[in-house]
Design a protein around this ligand. Sequence first.
Ligand SMILES: [Zn+2]
Ligand SMILES: [Zn+2]
Length: 237
Amino acid sequence: MSFFSIISGFFRIRQCVLCHGRALSDGLCEGCAADLPHLFTDSANSCPLCFSASIGGTVCGRCQQKPPPFEQLWASAYYEPPLSGMVYAFKHRADLGMLPPLVSLMRRHSPPWLPDAGIGAVLAVPLSKNRRLERGFNQCDELVRELGRDYGWNVLPRHTVFRRHHAPQSTLKSAQRRKNIRHAFEIKGTIPKDCNILLIDDVFTTGATLAELARSLKKSGAGRIYCWTLARSRLKN
Ligand SMILES: [Zn+2]
Ligand SMILES: [Zn+2]
């Protein structure tokens, strides 16, 4: 590593990832850090199972009719600019400088049920091998590693769950997503019996992936499943 790259790396760390102003330890300047809470989800008026808008935070009609296979879902923020751009840079351009501010955002708006959920193990939503090789890393592994350090989580190893390669969910409509993801996961490792598992994902769209993974884990003996995602798209309902 050249002297120049060390020096430029040093300065990059201290630049805000959004405005290039002087950053605090999590990669954002004071101003940008103060702006981001505008994107925090309105958790008091969100369905606790799908995080769509629901006055008073009651379970929405759709989830009452067809409850998902997990206990609670939490999304820290809405997937909108500048957060969507940060996630894109992190995920598709492997810009690891985005990791500290994204993790910090999750910590700042964390699930209120987390301390009482009795979480025994934490799992990053896995990518298929092809997708991981193509991207170079699994963005959820990075989130879990950082958060796990703070929370002292027991993180399940990557090989616990095998994910088959299939068309990217983002290219499909809701019904197709459910079909596409069916039987996508195979549990390869041992799931401690009745262990409550927290799943970590980056962006929640329809919940098809989380639901399928939760179902597979429960079939393999897991207890309750909880989900925490960094962001979710804002639904118009
Ligand atoms: Zn800034
Ligand atoms: Zn709901």
